[in-house]
Design a protein around this ligand. Sequence first.
Ligand code: TRP
Length: 336
Amino acid sequence: MEKKILFSGLTSTGRLTLGNYIGSLNKLLNLQAEKNNEIVIFVANLHALTIPLKREQLIRNVKENLKLYLAIGIDPKITKIYLQSQIKEVNELFYILSTLTTMGQLQRMTQYKDKAKKEANSTFKIPTGILLYPILMAADIILFNPDFVIVGDDQKQHLEFTRDLILRLNNNYDTDIKLVKPKIASIEEGSRIMALKNPTQKMSKSDHNKDNTIFLLDDIKEARRKILGALTDSEDKIYYNLSKKPGISNLLVIYSAIKNIPLSFAEKEFKNLNDYRKFKEIVADTVCDLLTKIQKNYHNLDDDKLQKNLDYNLKYLKNRANKNLDQIKNKIGLLF
Ligand code: TRP
């Protein structure tokens, strides 16, 4: 049987959070362990340009993301990794796809609307790149013609957009692109890890309250303090109920995802504990063990090792991208 192709990417906007880990990185690790799929992942440094950065900062972010991929346990001999700007074919496909898209479609995307709202109230001007962001994302995906894309909950709309484009491409030009399916974790599996002090809102790397977010490279003591300070409720009973107990539910999801056990197992484990302080300490231990392990691997990676890992499958991936793009160009009539 032919292997299914799984595809995933991360925008290199700096530090990754526990939410990123649990929502998608952790899932990649499990899929990697199954060994019956072909997995391709990349770091989206072109997408990162929509927020202007100094050269050094852009490079630092990219290296940090790549190193974190490796530090959490992504094995480049099994999972193929590349950097978006290394494979130039994506730009040509990006242009082709832009001709199949309307302005209205792009202006209706949530991410764009959020930024547009911000523009209305300030001197911030939206770069065209933000409007075009979903087309580049579709190009990333279509270039490798995967069966599944693994993303966090916030990328659902971009995946729908990509599926629309695939249908249009196949219809207009008789191409044979697979109608890619999103693989998004359920909420119980951690697709939406919530802010620790404000558990009805998503954990985000840009949160102004630093106690809301755990970064994978956080100081271990800080991370512990943040978990111990998480907002809970006054019932002193530990079970999952998103609307009644968002804080405790969030901690249960974090615990079970890191332990790789079903949520119901975690609930059983804490059923008779009735002590939030103890519960938080156990969750904090689990999170801190994970961060310690990741950080140890992270600090063992130097630039040389990183480069070797990046080169490992580059030629193969470039060939694949080139072949896929040429097939599309041929169907369109750009090659004959
Ligand atoms: N937009 C995604 C994010 O912010 C990153 C991304 C870009 C991506 N292109 C992609 C993810 C293609 C999956 C497939 O996380």
